[in-house]
Design a protein around this ligand. Structure first.
Ligand code: SF4
Length: 364
């Protein structure tokens, strides 16, 4: 398959690794932001192929993992209402809130449905005019265009029974928070290719300059990831801190202007709470006032929910690259994919789920 097989070829992998071994003179810590990249790294054992001096740590780029506990509890409160059809991606149904998950809400009689696109949720609203359809709009910049299109579509159709519960987060402010932390160990970043396909990469330039950290926009196949690491290490060894684009086949410097324009029309920046991490200023999107009728948080009175995280879960440290999943005392014991204590054990992009699924228990 074009753009897939050619990025999995063993001779390319070997060539990159050999050159990397020649270049590395000292230890470096590199963070891949995206949970999809984490899964690719762990699944293909890429971190085990690297020179020992290069340590990969996993970032907060798993949207299911960072959706705040308060918002998951709000989602459950809305989904339990008799007039509501609550539509969500499948991953979110198993994410534990303070007490239960959306599956439990469904078992108790809530009308919770799995959809594969926000436009499926708009269709549900058309087909069920007597019900309120709420879509759980989570994600990074990548999924924002589809989510805002659902709002625009609902408005164009004159739907009064469609709204979105928004939990959108943005990558650059999270990188800023990680780099600004006194505990930070990250010296170079692999930025998420699909996020940059939407947003471009100009907003990463001030980060690279301010914190003197190389940032390489990187794809998701093994050769992509190793090339991204190679480019980051090369910069580090040469004392450079630039933004480079490994994923040029999908990413342009300015991103996708049409997608950015619809995001800008419907959303505005806001502070956002990241699960396990806390509030990061200007790190999310919220619905602009002119679209407030589509805002589920305004339509349903769900304020004043007090959320309680499991005291065993160290997901916040995992998501900031400070700890690895297998260092969590609950990993594989109290917390498994069947009985998850935290979101990173549930999500298909969660680091804990990747370590569990691919049997990565004891090494770095
Ligand atoms: S293994 Fe489970 S409890 Fe530990 S950090 Fe991951 S999700 Fe949280």
């Amino acid at each position: 398959m074009k753009h897939l097989d050619e990025y999995r070829q063993a001779h390319l992998v070997r060539g990159i690794l050999e050159d990397l071994r020649r270049r590395v003179t000292r230890p470096w810590v590199i963070m891949e932001i995206c949970g999809g990249q984490t899964h690719s790294i762990v699944r293909h054992g890429l971190d085990q192929l690297l020179p020992q001096a290069i340590e990969l740590v996993h970032g907060p780029g798993c949207p299911v993992c960072v959706t705040s506990l308060e918002l998951i509890d709000k989602a459950q409160a809305i989904a339990a209402r008799p007039e509501v059809i609550f539509a969500s991606y499948g991953d979110m149904l198993r994410v534990p809130g303070s007490g239960r998950d959306l599956f439990a809400v469904r078992a108790a009689g809530g009308d919770v449905r799995v959809v594969y696109s926000p436009l499926d949720a708009v269709r549900l609203a058309q087909e069920n005019p007597g019900r309120q359809v709420v879509f759980f709009a989570i994600g990074f910049e990548t999924t924002a265009p589809a989510n805002v299109m659902s709002v625009l579509q609902a408005r164009a159709l004159g739907l009064r029974n469609y709204s979105v519960l928004v939990s959108h987060v943005c990558v650059p402010p999270a990188m800023h928070a990680i780099l600004g932390s006194p505990a930070n160990r990250v010296q170079g970043f692999l930025a998420a290719g699909h996020v940059c396909a939407v947003m471009g990469y100009e907003e990463y330039i001030p980060l690279a300059e301010r914190f003197r950290v190389p940032i390489v926009v990187t794809g998701f196949e093994p050769v992509d990831i190793l090339q991204g690491i190679h480019m980051a290490v090369r910069q580090l060894e040469e004392g450079r801190a630039d933004v480079e684009n490994q994923y040029a086949r999908a990413v342009r410097r300015e991103g996708n202007p049409a997608a950015r324009a619809v995001i800008e029309d419907v959303f505005e920046n806001s502070d956002r709470t990241w699960r396990g991490i806390g509030v990061i200023p200007s790190s999310g999107y919220r619905i602009r006032d002119r679209y407030r009728t589509f805002n589920a948080e305004e339509r349903f009175a769900v304020d004043h929910i007090e959320a309680h995280e499991s005291p065993l879960c160290i997901a916040g440290s995992v998501l900031q690259g400070l700890r690895k999943p297998h260092e969590c005392p609950a990993f594989g014991r109290e917390c498994t994919p069947d009985v998850p204590l935290g979101a990173p054990m549930v999500s298909s992009e969660g680091a804990c789920a990747a370590y569990y699924r691919y049997g990565k228990l004891a090494h770095g």
